[in-house]
Design a protein around this ligand. Structure first.
Ligand SMILES: [Zn+2]
Ligand SMILES: [Zn+2]
Length: 255
C-alpha cells in the first residue's frame, strides 16, 4: 500500500513526518518502559521451583529447577528477541553480547530511523503489548491471576478467582473461552514445554501450578493418592513424586 505522504504511518492522522508526534513519543516511552522494567523482570524470571525433571527412559535423572513465574520468563525472552530485532533493523553494530537494555535505549533515541519502516505499526503494537505486560507482571492486580493467553488475539487473560470458578470467561476480543482449556494450553506451552515428564512432590507441584494460575492444595493431591486416583511416579527422600500432567488430569477429570 502506498503511503500517503501527509499521514502518520501508524495512526493515519495528518502528519508531515512518517510518524506523528504523539505516536513517536508513545513508541519512545514504551521502549523506555521496557528498558527500565527489564532488570526487575529478569529477577522475577529467575525465581525457580524445585520441581524435578526426568528424561525419557534409561532411568537417567536430571534435576533442573524450572522458573516459577513462566509469564515473566517468557516475557524476558520475548523482549530480548524484540530488542535484538530492533538492533538489527537499526544496524547498531549488533552483537550477541550487547544487552537488550542498551539496544532498547539506542532504539528509543532513533525513532525517526524506525518511523519509515513498512512494519512500524506492528513494531508499535508489539512494544505497547510488551510494555503493558511488563507492568502487569511486576505489579500484578491483587485480585487477579494470569490464567493464559487468548488463542484468538493472544491477550493475556487476567481473571479473578470468582471468574475462574465460573469456568467460562469472555476475552476483550469477544471470544468465549473455557478456563480449563486456557490453563491447559498455558501449562503445555510454559511449564511443560520442555519436558512433559516434569514431576515433583505434592508441595512442589502445587507451587508450580499456582504460579501458573492453577490452584490445587498439597493436601488434595495427597487425598487423590490415598483414594487411588493418582499414582506416584516415584519417590524422593521418602516422599511421593507426581507428574505435573497427572495432577492436572485429576484437576480436570470432572469438568
Ligand atoms: Zn500517529
Ligand atoms: Zn481474545
Amino acid at each position: 500500500m502506498e503511503r500517503n505522504l501527509n499521514t502518520c504511518n501508524n495512526c493515519g492522522n495528518e502528519s508531515d513526518q512518517p510518524l506523528c508526534q504523539p505516536c513517536a513519543t508513545r513508541l519512545a516511552n514504551d521502549l523506555n518502559t521496557l528498558r527500565s522494567n527489564l532488570p526487575a523482570l529478569r529477577e522475577e524470571a529467575s525465581r525457580r521451583s524445585t520441581v524435578v525433571r526426568r528424561e525419557h527412559g534409561g532411568g537417567s535423572r536430571s534435576v533442573a529447577p524450572i522458573p516459577l513465574n513462566m509469564g515473566a520468563f517468557q516475557l524476558v525472552h520475548d523482549i530480548d528477541e524484540f530488542a535484538g530485532m530492533l538492533g538489527r533493523a537499526l544496524n547498531l553494530n549488533y552483537n550477541r553480547h550487547m544487552p537488550s537494555e542498551s539496544l532498547l535505549k539506542a532504539a528509543s533515541q532513533r525513532i525517526p530511523a524506525l518511523a519509515s519502516r513498512k512494519d512500524i505499526a506492528h513494531l508499535m503494537h508489539v512494544a505497547r503489548r510488551y510494555a503493558h505486560q511488563s507492568v502487569m507482571t511486576l505489579t500484578p492486580p491483587e485480585d487477579r491471576r494470569m490464567v493464559g493467553l487468548c488463542p484468538t488475539c493472544e491477550r493475556e487473560l487476567w481473571c479473578t478467582d470468582t471468574e475462574i470458578a465460573g469456568q467460562w470467561i469472555v476475552c476483550r476480543c469477544g471470544e468465549t473461552l473455557k478456563v480449563t482449556d486456557v490453563q491447559e494450553q498455558h501449562l503445555l506451552t510454559c511449564a511443560l514445554a520442555e519436558n512433559e515428564n516434569t514431576q515433583g512432590t505434592a508441595s512442589a507441584v502445587s507451587k508450580l501450578l499456582l504460579a501458573n494460575g492453577i490452584k490445587v492444595r498439597r493436601q488434595t493431591i495427597a487425598q487423590w493418592k490415598n483414594r487411588g486416583i493418582l499414582v506416584p511416579c516415584g519417590w524422593d527422600s521418602g516422599k511421593p513424586v507426581y507428574r505435573v500432567w497427572a495432577v492436572w488430569k485429576c484437576i480436570v477429570r470432572n469438568s
